[in-house]
Design a protein around this ligand. Structure first.
Ligand SMILES: [Zn+2]
Length: 237
């Protein structure tokens, strides 16, 4: 799938699990997700759903922060055996989730920086920054990212779920690649076979453009209507 479809699937995926986990406990974490957590989680998941393609030189995510993401991507590609190998495995998803969860336990500040970077990736993936005018769109992306991160910070979003959301977003990426013809070696490095290869639709083909992307967009609208307590959010007239 294309970057924007992966990013959209991250938003839809988070919105879909919110009603399922709301009020439950998981690994000692209790889920009490308000509007701030729903929005933050959607963007975190969207950003995380792009991370596996850091192993590809020309992926949206690799271009997001210029040289920084290019060098990081080159390193990940090397460590995880090239494009669509180790970064497309449960091993990578769990590793990312654990690293981020440890980061969250270690420092509140690190969490804010990480969320800021991931929101930037999410917005880039969702379509900001794809214009021909790269400088202007880069500035708009940076401003939007800063605005969103600050708004989330000032509403006091609780990020205890951060590692899980990152692991979940990464796993959603695999589903996205599996429904296209590419296939994903989810059991790497134990079993390097690409599951789902040769089945599904063509990346950026008519099915993705005319069916998958519009459906994901509708999913976000439905999710937003369903999840948010609109009468409480909108001012009364
Ligand atoms: Zn991929």
């Amino acid at each position: 799938m294309m970057g924007h479809s992966h990013a959209l699937s991250g938003v839809v995926g988070w919105m879909a699990v919110v009603p399922l986990v709301q009020g439950t406990e998981f690994f000692g974490l209790s889920f009490d997700l308000g509007p701030g957590e729903i929005i933050a989680g959607s963007l975190v998941c969207a950003g995380a759903a792009l991370l596996p393609d850091l192993d590809h030189k020309s992926a949206t995510v690799t271009k997001t922060y210029g040289k920084v993401t290019e060098v990081l991507g080159g390193m990940l590609g090397y460590l995880f055996g090239g494009h669509r190998m180790g970064t497309h495995s449960f091993f990578f998803a769990i590793l990312m989730g654990v690293i981020v969860q440890l980061l969250a336990l270690w420092s509140e500040m690190a969490v804010q920086v990480f969320v800021f970077l991931l929101v930037g990736i999410a917005l880039q993936g969702l379509g900001f920054g794809l214009d021909k005018n790269r400088v202007a769109s880069g500035v708009i992306n940076a401003l939007a990212t800063a605005g969103i991160t600050l708004a989330l910070f000032s509403t006091g979003v609780n990020y205890t779920w951060l590692g899980l959301a990152v692991a979940f977003g990464v796993i959603l990426h695999f589903f996205g690649d599996m429904v296209t013809k590419m296939g994903v070696p989810i059991f790497w490095p134990l079993w390097k076979k690409r599951i789902g290869q040769g089945k599904g639709f063509v990346t950026d083909g008519p099915v993705e453009q005319k069916v998958v992307t519009p459906l994901l967009t509708v999913g976000i609208i439905v999710g937003s209507v369903y999840l948010f307590d609109w009468p409480a959010i909108l001012p009364e007239y």
